[in-house]
Design a protein around this ligand. Structure first.
Ligand code: DEZ
Ligand code: MG
Length: 318
């Protein structure tokens, strides 16, 4: 496999834009770092729009609903980003329950995670339980009411939360073990960590999901990147030709694998790694030099890489 091409010249930036019609953006580490917009990204996306390019945002971050993301995009200066362009994994989880598992509206769903999951479940007619219930902040005691399983719960969704505590782990475990482990166990994403504020690398949703997987000794259904089902849903809903679509992300085992396994960009490929988030150049070099050291080897290697997506507008204006 050819080593990834570094985009550093104006003509390479122009070629990239000519080659693809559709752009799928990861958010954390590509568009922003927490509340800070990554320089040049807004201008580059506005340039793509002016060229008639189409795009969508696909984030493994389950903490915010699509409506909350719209507010964030507006706050950061993006105009006209509608709900239909945003695919966070809280929405992917709720859609999976409805479209794939056919869990009927009106069913209760146990949640370990932040508000985004509860909001998206409600939008599809489900009744979230657990989640932000303040009783989950109580100190653990074995007679606590919430440790008794509600028999009306039909599925469990686990995602990132900053309120991880023993009550949440213990209550969620009761549901995962309930009736011989028969309730579907959905995990929003597999990310170990993410690039947070102040340059900190922070624990991500995958740590919470895998904690629950370990303690329950159960596998989970991963609805986030690199899930092929998520990609197919986006391509279908947005009517994107996959051979003309590029995935842009900062994480190789989620974003780049999503683009490569999904065969974006046709025979030439369709994955672009940005170094503005959690992956640094040394990580890319490590992967290229030791592909066997990572389980998924070549499917994690991007077609191209660039220091940040915002760098494109800088290259184009030179
Ligand atoms: O669990 C999380 O919150 C995610 O790991 C993280 O924020 C990744 O989001 P993405 O880079 O897919 O936007
Ligand atoms: Mg990211």
């Amino acid at each position: 496999m050819a080593p990834p091409e570094k985009i550093e010249l104006k003509k390479q930036a122009q070629q990239l834009i000519e080659q693809y019609d559709n752009f799928l953006f990861d958010c954390d580490g590509v568009i922003w770092l927490d509340e800070k917009l990554i320089p040049g990204v807004l201008e580059t996306i506005e340039h793509l729009e002016s060229q008639g390019k189409r795009f969508a945002f696909v984030t493994n971050n389950s903490s915010k609903s699509r409506d909350t993301y719209i507010e964030k995009f507006h706050r950061l200066g993006f105009k006209g980003i509608g709900k239909h362009l945003i695919y966070p994994t809280c929405y992917a989880a709720a859609s999976y329950l409805k479209e794939h598992l056919k869990v009927p509206a009106g069913a209760k769903v146990w949640v370990l995670g932040d508000h985004g999951i509860e909001t998206e479940l409600k939008e599809l007619g489900y009744i979230p339980v657990g989640g932000s219930d303040p009783r989950l902040d109580d100190e653990f005691h074995p007679q606590h009411d919430l440790l008794k399983v509600d028999p009306d719960v039909r599925a469990v969704v686990v995602g990132s939360t900053k309120a991880f505590n023993y009550m949440r782990i213990a209550t969620t475990l009761q549901y995962l073990l309930h009736e011989n482990k028969s309730l579907p166990f959905i995990g929003t994403n597999i990310d170990r960590s993410y690039p947070g504020p102040e340059g900190l690398i922070l624990p991500a949703g995958g740590s919470v999901v895998n904690y629950m997987s370990y303690t329950s000794n159960r596998d989970f259904i991963d609805v986030g990147k690199p899930s092929k089902r998520l990609l197919e849903t986006i391509l279908e809903q947005r009517d994107f030709d996959k051979s003309k679509t590029l995935m842009i992300g900062d994480t190789m085992y989620t974003d780049i694998k999503f683009g490569n396994d999904g065969q974006l960009g046709g025979e030439s490929g369709g994955s672009l790694l940005v170094l503005s988030g959690g992956t640094k150049l040394k990580d890319l070099h490590h992967l290229i030099e030791n592909p066997a050291s990572l389980q998924d080897g070549p499917s994690l290697i991007p077609l191209k890489y660039i220091e940040s997506f915002g760098h494109i507008i800088h290259l184009l204006s030179n």
